[in-house]
Design a protein around this ligand. Structure first.
Ligand code: SAM
Length: 219
């Protein structure tokens, strides 16, 4: 089934109005970014007609592009006003990366699976995002080279909060991360105030595991 560009635009508007606004996504910048980024470009061809469905979708390599609402909730929780440098762990399809790139000055995104990183890099480049760097590696170590970060987002479920990410968070910065078991996590927002880290629970969620030295073991 062929879907035309205008149809996608209208599906995108519907997604914002029927999935995000009724669930209390209030930040106008988040709603605006999600209303602009063409999610269909980040989804494998065979799922393209489902790009705006209210659910995650497979992107290959046993990984997923997150549900639009979860992308919006995590983005809003970062409290971006436009001047920030953001670190994302788990590039996946690159969709969340594009939403962040619409809202911040610079985005560094790390993906452990090189085929996904390459594909995301190509789509982001094709769409004209010049303020994004996609790196391949273990994001649980963060990226000391570009630290400190005003905001850090982890889009995979972690058994705990990686120490490197806390260390690389700027004073006043926000770290949004799902923490829990392999099968279920709580979405945490952690604010840094000097050497204090204040945690808020934003609710339950289910993510693929964060695999790495400060995450889960691969098995
Ligand atoms: N935000 C993505 C999107 O919009 O498509 C979805 C991310 S997907 C739910 C989680 C991603 O985290 C997967 O692509 C997975 O390979 C990646 N990942 C898992 N552990 C990682 C690690 N230690 N470092 C970097 N990426 C990791």
């Amino acid at each position: 089934m062929m879907t035309k560009r205008n149809d996608y635009r209208s599906l995108r508007e519907q997604m914002v109005q029927s999935q995000l606004m009724p669930r209390r996504i209030r930040d106008g910048r988040t709603l605006g970014a999600m209303g602009r980024v063409p999610r269909e470009a980040f989804v494998p061809e065979k799922y393209r007609h489902s790009a705006y469905d209210d659910r995650p979708l497979p992107i290959g390599e046993d990984q997923t592009i997150s549900q639009p609402y979860m992308v919006a909730l995590m983005t809003e929780a970062l409290e971006l006003s436009g001047g920030e440098t953001v670190l994302e762990i788990g590039t996946g399809s690159g969709y969340q990366t594009a939403v962040l790139a619409e809202m911040a000055t610079r985005v560094v995104s790390i993906e452990r699976i090189s085929t996904l990183a390459e594909r995301a890099r190509a789509v982001l480049q094709q769409l004209g995002y010049t303020n994004v760097t996609v790196l391949v590696g273990d994001g649980t170590r963060g990226c000391a080279e570009h630290a400190p970060f005003d905001a850090i987002i982890v889009t995979a479920g972690s058994p705990g909060v990686p120490v490197s990410l806390k260390e690389q968070l700027a004073d006043g910065g926000r770290l949004v991360i799902p923490v829990g078991s392999r099968g279920y996590q709580e979405l945490n927002r952690i604010r840094r105030r000097g050497n204090d880290f204040i945690t808020e629970n934003l609710g339950g969620c289910v993510f693929v595991p964060l695999i790495g030295v400060q995450g889960w073991e691969w098995h």
